[in-house]
Ligand binder design. Structure first.
Ligand code: C2E
Ligand code: MG
Ligand code: MG
Length: 677
């Protein structure tokens, strides 16, 4: 405890106090040393004086003393010695005579300060040993010393105190101001900065330098902090936003939806509608016109979506990736979500301008409602995506609300996806053949190859189910390749066997024209076969959408091999009669979809449509085949409308290859009415 207090006193925290303490200590030591030197000097002076005085006194009586000793006059000797001893400068005497009868006077103690030999004509009579009085400091001297000591102490103390005040005024108060100001929050924040100023007249000293250096350092550190903050903000922005469209990105969607879901959760009559938007035909634009055009389309699409969604409560749009966007807003009813979807779809009706060209794109939407359709973002987005696919399958440019059945569909598609590859490798896929009939002479002109797949778990899987999956997974090219090669081998056999130039129709997916290996397949396989002018590729109207330089190049190469093209399921897709004109140089045949054949007896509009197709095709030298002919009545109407070819259950369903020869034989044997055109 005492030690601590002592320590605190000896080691003060304040710089001024410390300086004062050091000053006082040094001054005291100095005073002490100087006083000691003075005292020592005074003493030496006194000793010298006493010595001289003692010697003089002794010298004055020395002869008398020698005489009294010689006379052995002890009384006189004593008297003389007493006389000497009374001299103030002598403290004590010791007379040692030759008889060793010593006489001592005063306070003598060894060793003597000096010795005087007592000689009578060189005869030694004794010695006088003298002790000098060295108590030189008389009271006055001591008083003076005390006075000097006290006044020096007072002076030193006072001076120390003043020194402490001066040091505080000049240095320490500014230092504490600097240290306080350095961390003053009102002076320095992330945006502004007030330099430290000293509260004194401007002087260019070390303190001013220190303040300047500190101000510089703080300014630099602020600039650094600001730079770091802005960099962090930039990073944060980049992490949550898409650089191209400047919309929030996939990462942000989850945060936003979570927040919105939490908010909506407490509100009874508020729902959240989440739209999964996918552009229709974007891939084609991107592939054919390049990425810069693609980028512009994406930016423009983002703007169109945002313009609509931002009108709705809590409207939010983000880019999910590629050509997919996610929008969400508060909706009271499904009807409102439906209205928004229609607005979004119609906003894409307006063409996208690209230089002189006008690009036509659309969008397909999948919609989920929160809280009905799911409880977390991942589930909701997945379901919205599923609904979007349903909308795409329903013919694009439309919307679909999520339904549970879609999920089963997705699961089935997934199973198909996983099994299809194996099925192709293990030759589980089979081709059935359906005859194509010339209505003029009722002859078999050829066969359409139609795939069949029987899986041990799934049973018979319909082509309309697995073909789209194969198209999505890219497996369709391998499948169509296999169908063409296998089918061609088969039909070549029947051509030879019956000596009839049967044709083979192959369904050829438009996506195949974008396949990397199409060219090498043509080069390495097809070119080495005999002329393939008896093979026809059926492409759907979707080709029109995919049509670009790559497709054109592929078609050209195939045309050179003699292969012809027909348009399948005509009337169900996007193309109009105008497109037939445009593609007439490629097309050999139009296959009218069975949808129109079905009602042809009763529906005058269907008849009118078939008639106009036949008329146009005739003028362009293109053949027309009617699909799905099931009755004689239909056949008659088709013939009356000028349709030359037919296919359908009326003649035969798609049959196994083993059954084809007997079908041909029966057909050839059966007599038929031959019409002439
Ligand atoms: P598609 O090319 O239009 O084939 C004709 C479809 O109509 C076949 O269905 C056939 O069985 C059916 N059909 C024929 N006549 C009649 C009839 O009189 N009445 C009715 N109701 N239907 C009839 P399928 O075999 O189920 O094939 C469906 C679709 O799958 C095909 O339509 C074709 O687009 C596609 N497809 C089939 N095989 C292949 C293939 O090897 N490659 C590709 N890319 N697609 C294929
Ligand atoms: Mg077909
Ligand atoms: Mg068809």
């Amino acid at each position: 405890m005492i030690r601590k207090k002592l320590k605190r006193v000896l080691r003060p925290q304040k710089l001024g106090h410390r300086l004062a303490l050091y000053f006082i200590s040094i001054s005291l030591v100095f005073t002490f040393v100087v006083s000691s030197v003075i005292i020592q000097f005074e003493r030496q002076k006194h000793l010298n004086l006493a010595n001289d005085e003692s010697r003089e006194t002794i010298a004055a009586v020395q002869d008398q003393l020698v005489r009294s000793l010689w006379n052995v006059d002890r009384e006189s000797t004593k008297l003389l010695l007493e006389g000497i001893q009374r001299t103030p400068s002598i403290q004590g005497l010791l007379l040692e005579d030759e008889n060793a009868s010593n006489l001592e006077f005063g306070a003598y103690n060894d060793p003597a300060d000096f010795t005087v030999p007592l000689l009578n004509d060189d005869q030694e009579l004794g010695y006088l040993l003298v002790k000098i009085n060295d108590t030189f400091a008389d009271d006055l001297f001591m008083e003076q010393i005390k006075l000097v000591g006290i006044s020096a102490g007072l002076f030193i103390g006072l001076f120390g105190w003043f020194l402490q005040i001066i040091v505080r005024k000049l240095v320490t108060q500014h230092l504490s101001h600097i240290s306080k100001a350095t961390f003053e929050p009102s002076r320095i924040n992330s945006r502004s900065y007030k330099p430290i100023r000293l509260d004194r007249k401007p002087v260019r000293d070390e303190l001013a330098d220190l303040v300047d250096a500190l101000n510089d350092a703080q300014k630099q550190s602020l600039e650094f902090t600001q730079a770091r903050e802005s960099y962090e903000n930039q990073l944060e922005y980049q992490a949550n936003n898409d650089a191209l469209t400047r919309l929030p990105n996939r990462r942000h969607i989850e945060k936003h939806l979570n927040k919105e879901m939490q908010r909506t959760h407490h509100l009874q009559n508020e729902k959240l509608a989440i739209f999964f938007i996918d552009l229709d035909g974007f891939k084609e634009v991107n592939d054919s016109l390049g990425h810069s055009v693609g980028d512009r389309v994406l930016k423009d699409s983002a703007k169109r979506i945002k313009d609509i969604i931002s009108h709705y409560t809590n409207g939010y749009v983000a880019r999910f990736g590629g050509d997919e966007f996610i929008a969400c807003c508060t909706c009271q009813t499904k009807a409102q979500a439906e209205e928004i979807s229609e607005q979004l779809i119609s906003s894409f009706r307006e063409n996208f301008n690209h230089r002189e060209a006008q690009l036509q794109l659309g969008c397909s939407l999948g919609i989920v409602m929160f809280p009905e359709d799911g409880s977390n973002t991942e589930e909701l987005i997945r379901k919205a995506d599923t609904a979007m696919y349903q909308a795409k399958n329903a013919g694009r440019n439309t919307y679909a609300f999520f339904e549970v059945a879609m999920m089963q569909d997705v699961m089935l598609k997934n199973t198909i996806k996983n099994k299809l590859q194996d099925a192709l490798q293990n030759e589980e896929l089979k081709i059935h053949y359906q005859p194509l009939i010339d209505l003029r002479d009722m002859s078999i002109i050829g066969f359409e190859a139609l795939l069949r797949w029987e899986d041990k778990d799934l049973g018979q899987v319909r082509p309309d189910l697995f073909i789209p999956v194969a198209e999505q997974t890219g497996l369709i090219f391998a499948i169509d390749q296999w169908v063409l090669e296998t089918g061609a081998k088969q039909v070549r056999e029947w051509r030879e066997k019956f000596n009839i130039p049967f044709k083979l129709s192959i369904n050829f997916s438009p996506t195949n024209f974008h396949h990397r290996q199409l060219h090498s397949w043509i080069e390495n396989v097809l070119k080495h076969q005999d002329r393939l002018d008896w093979i026809e590729l059926e492409v759907t109207e979707r080709l029109v959408l995919d049509y670009d330089q790559t497709v054109l190049a592929g078609i050209d190469e195939l045309l050179k091999l003699g292969i012809s093209f027909s348009i399948d399921d005509f009337g169900t897709g996007y193309s109009s009669l105008g497109y037939i004109k445009k593609f007439s140089h490629i097309l050999s045949k139009i296959k009218i979809d069975r949808l129109f054949v079905k009602e042809i007896i009763n529906s005058s509009s269907d008849r009118a449509l078939v008639k106009s197709i036949v008329t146009l095709a005739d003028s362009l030298d293109i053949e027309v085949l009617a699909e799905g002919v099931e009755s004689r009545r239909q056949e008659e109407v088709l013939v009356s409308l000028g349709c030359d070819f037919a296919q359908g259950y009326l003649y035969e369903k798609p049959i196994r290859k083993e059954d084809v020869p007997s079908f041909i034989q029966t057909w050839l044997k059966t007599p038929r009415i031959v019409r002439s055109k």
